[in-house]
Design a protein around this ligand. Structure first.
Ligand SMILES: [Zn+2]
Length: 389
């Protein structure tokens, strides 16, 4: 059965000019055709009339964790404790958060690490239709050493062979990527933002194991020598990169590595809260530098996408903060759709409204190129041609 989608304004590909009165046709899960400007609509079995809306590809969150939220009002607790909660409890919360993503227009999420491998189960349950949620590109368990960020004691990756084993466990379960650590984090214990807890050999073996199955590695890294070690090891995507120096930005650009920018935990009202003085000082150090660092990355042409890192559905906020760094609105829309699809290596399936790709799209009650705030006025969400919100 074919379905014709009529739009007021069609943003088929973020970065390109939108088409007034644009239309596209899909059957089943995939898009068949996209109308050229002025081209008459073809006949179809069904019609979705969004003539009073802007329509654009579904949003892509490049970095989050389904098992945690910085703003859990039901049972507030530090994020590291949330990660270590029993698996079934995390799954229950993850189902709720998956719904929050969808309702906010996020149709794909890259899961950047979970204990109990819940992202694999979540992905399978969504794909089977047991629950609604975004498409999931899972990393599985963190590849972190005993004293590293994100370590809850469940999958400890020490030394080359210890690291290799946990990489292989994740890959066997269906990981699209492996998540390693090139520095501590805001909520870490001993490991601060400028210290690297992984050795070059450990980072290299993760890259080697991922590449052996055609996968890639993403590294949590704020600053310090870990950024250089990750680049040297061949890590494909740097997560956060909040304290990147000017020299390191040059090296990131030269290496063609991706950066996933995450403003939400730092600056969103539902971001990191209630920290002790040490962790609060780390957070403030990042806040002071991040907007300038991202502005420099923009100027240097570093490949970027964005992620909410536990503020579920807040891609509108990520886009708005990116505009403050000097990005054009077109770039902001690219980072949360087309560029994110490339970063996730899913560009053949998602990221634009184009023949052959999934019919993942959202209707907005306003043009996001006029004001990015319209990303919040979601009128309808479709995933694989099915209405989800
Ligand atoms: Zn994260």
């Amino acid at each position: 059965m074919s379905t014709l989608v009529k739009t007021g304004l069609l943003h088929a590909c973020a970065g390109a000019s939108p088409a007034l009165g644009g239309w596209f046709l899909f059957s089943g899960e995939r898009i068949d055709a996209v109308g050229l400007p002025g081209e008459p609509c073809p006949p179809a079995d069904d019609v979705l009339d969004f003539s009073d809306c802007s329509v654009m590809p579904g949003l892509i969150d490049g970095h989050t964790h389904f098992s945690l939220s910085h703003s859990d009002e039901i049972d507030p607790m530090p994020v590291m404790r949330q990660l270590g909660e029993p698996g079934p409890r995390k799954i229950c919360k993850a189902i709720m958060y998956a719904g929050e993503h969808l309702r906010a227009g996020v149709t794909t999420v890259r899961g950047m690490g979970e204990d109990d491998f819940i992202d694999f189960d979540l992905k399978a349950a969504i794909a089977a239709g047991y629950i609604d949620g975004p498409r999931v590109s899972p990393a599985g368990a963190f590849i972190s050493p005993t004293h590293g960020h994100g370590q809850t004691g469940q999958t400890v990756s020490d030394g080359v062979e210890g690291t290799r084993k946990n990489c292989r466990v994740n890959l066997a379960k269906g990981a699209d990527l492996l998540k390693v650590f090139g520095s501590g984090g805001v909520v870490s214990g001993q490991a601060g933002l400028g210290y690297c807890t992984s050795t070059l050999a450990e980072l290299r073996v993760a890259v080697e194991e991922a590449a052996a199955l055609g996968k890639y590695v993403a590294a949590h890294v704020h600053g310090g020598p870990g950024i250089d070690l990750c680049l040297e090891a061949g890590v494909r995507s740097l997560e956060h990169a909040t304290l990147c120096t000017d020299e390191q930005i040059e090296r990131v650009a030269a290496a063609g590595a991706w950066v996933t920018v995450t403003f939400s935990p730092l600056s969103h009202p539902s971001g990191l809260r209630g920290l002790d003085p040490l962790k609060q000082s780390r957070l403030e150090a990042i806040r002071r530098t991040y907007y300038a660092v991202v502005g420099k990355m923009l100027a240097r042409g570093v490949k970027m996408c964005m992620g909410t890192d536990g503020v579920h559905g807040a891609m509108w906020f990520e886009a708005a903060e990116m505009e403050k760094c000097g990005a054009t609105r077109r770039q902001c829309l690219e980072f949360i759709t087309r560029r994110a699809a490339e970063s996730c290596r899913m560009e053949n399936d998602i990221g634009t409204i184009a023949p052959g790709k999934y019919a993942d799209f959202i209707a907005l009650r306003g043009d996001p190129l006029e004001d990015l705030a319209h990303l919040r006025s979601v009128a309808a969400v479709y995933q694989g041609g099915a209405r989800k919100g």
